[in-house]
Design a protein around this ligand. Structure first.
Ligand code: BTN
Length: 249
């Protein structure tokens, strides 16, 4: 383990409905301190973004939640936490398993236009600042068959032809996550933003989008301070929040 305070040790639980739900309960009970990591081999009711489910085959993939106490972050700066997590995942996949991983705004990780990981971050606020965050990550590792409805999903094994030991992979990933969290704590926002856009799928490319039942082309030119996507269109710059816009791949 190469971390100072993240997952020392990881708390592995045989089966859980959702590691995020479990971690949130520990936060409420006061038993989850900075750096606690809860992972499960069998997640039976995984939660995805905007009320979706996260489906994962038992014992084949990583499903875990990390608790931090980012009290140094204002509520208006929450998106930098998403950036930190996405940067950790894309960096980890690039450097440890040599995959051309990119971030699909706001917090999915893609390899060759297929989703390899999803992130669900749940923050608790105290006044104007964050008190706790639960960072839930589902990373497809050894699964090589996906249900039809997940046709655009992939895994590390599908891309590398190798099987991985989940516990070892998680330990390695946590060192990437902790490093990014420390960057966040040091408020290296400009550098994080530059690295996020450098690793952003479709950044600075002419692409087709849909929003409000309209199809239009435009170029992603950045993310604003509250995490909204900036798309330059013929009608000028437009700002979109999560789920207000979709990419036509
Ligand atoms: C998404 O892409 O919709 C986000 C998926 C997040 C799934 C992970 S798996 C571990 C953690 N526990 C949950 O219930 N969800 C997250």
């Amino acid at each position: 383990m190469h971390t100072l305070f993240t997952g020392n040790p990881v708390i592995w639980i045989e089966s859980l409905d959702s590691t995020n739900r479990y971690a949130n309960i520990q936060v409420k009970n006061g038993t989850a301190a900075e750096g606690k990591v809860y992972a499960t081999h069998v997640q039976t009711n995984g939660r995805g973004q905007i009320g979706n489910k996260w489906l994962t085959r038992h014992r084949q993939n990583l499903t875990f939640s990390v608790v931090y106490e980012p009290t140094f972050l204002a509520a208006t700066e929450q998106f930098y936490l998403n950036m930190a997590v996405c940067l950790a995942l894309s960096n980890f996949l690039q450097k440890e398993v040599y995959l051309p991983a990119l971030v699909k705004w706001p917090n999915d990780i893609y390899v060759d236009y297929e989703k390899i990981a999803g992130v669900l971050i749940e923050n608790t606020l105290r006044g104007t600042h964050l008190s706790h965050t639960v960072i839930g990550i589902g990373l497809n590792v050894n699964q090589d068959i996906f249900e039809e409805e997940l046709s655009s999903a992939t895994s590390i094994k599908l891309k590398t032809d190798k099987e991985y030991v989940l516990e070892d992979l998680l330990d390695t990933f946590l060192s990437y996550l902790e490093a990014e969290y420390l960057q966040l704590k040091a408020r290296r926002f400009e550098d994080m933003y530059a690295r996020y856009t450098a690793n952003l799928l479709f950044f600075n490319e002419e692409r087709v989008f849909t929003a409000n039942d309209q199809v239009f082309s435009g170029i992603i030119t950045g993310i604003n301070s509250d995490g909204r996507l900036i798309i330059n269109t013929r009608a000028g710059n437009k700002l979109y929040a999560f789920k207000e816009v979709a990419f036509v791949v």
